[in-house]
Ligand binder design. Structure first.
Ligand code: SF4
Length: 216
């Protein structure tokens, strides 16, 4: 319950000062860049463009901070691609199994590659056959080092009220599509709807916000 309250509090700040979303996005971008650099220094990894075995059979989870960037990248895709993803996402929400691709995987490439979350960014293999045959293997130990040496120190330097957005995960199935506006969005507790248009975040108050503020 405490965690929920903390998340809710962070979003109350955001609704009152929406520019906070830009700061969160920039900070998250910084984390992404550092994580990627650390992955790229590893020797012997076999991961390469077009190899997408790791994009099948599971539901990606991402932090709220990662989600904002993810939404922005999704909303920058062209409309035909968005429609394709919407169909895949809706099917995925109904059911997925070990052979189901992530709904954002298009032609074996991640459609939001630059904004992919930590879990996708660090998923690494030294043996492609294990991925191909879906054989479970231990994640390389450098991922733990990245968490310890990069992610945690960076999270620790975030203003207390917003830390929760960097260390609490939500699922990709919480992403929805507004057919009228043709944008992907998230509904936060029926309090606020968040989406992006171009480079700008847009916030729309929802039922709970209106109830709490008396706004019609
Ligand atoms: S978000 Fe992108 S990288 Fe991650 S599983 Fe989906 S398609 Fe693959």
């Amino acid at each position: 319950m405490d965690k929920l309250q903390d998340i809710f509090t962070a979003f109350i700040y955001i609704v009152n000062q929406p520019q906070i979303l830009e700061d969160i996005e920039n900070y998250q971008k910084n984390i992404h860049v550092k994580v990627l650099k650390a992955v790229h220094t590893q020797k012997g990894l076999v991961c390469e463009k077009g190899c997408a075995y790791c994009c099948y059979g599971w539901q990606v989870k991402l932090t709220f901070a990662e989600l904002f960037l993810f939404l922005k990248a999704l909303n920058k895709l062209d409309n035909s691609l968005k429609k394709e993803i919407v169909q895949k996402l809706e099917k995925f929400k109904e059911r997925y199994d070990e052979n189901t691709p992530c709904p954002f995987l298009i032609n074996n490439l991640c459609s939001v590659y630059e904004a992919r979350p930590f879990v996708c960014r660090t998923f690494s293999s030294y043996d492609k056959k294990l991925c191909e045959k879906k054989i479970t293997f231990e994640f390389p130990s450098f991922i733990e080092d990245i968490i310890k040496n990069i992610v945690i120190p960076m999270e620790n330097s975030i203003t207390e009220e917003f830390k929760i957005l960097f260390n609490t995960k939500t699922a990709i199935t919480n992403i929805q599509f507004d057919k009228e506006k043709e944008v992907f969005y998230v509904n936060i507790f029926d309090f606020v709807k968040i989406y992006t248009l171009g480079d700008k975040y847009r916030l729309e108050p929802l039922k709970l916000y209106k109830k709490l503020t008396g706004e019609q």
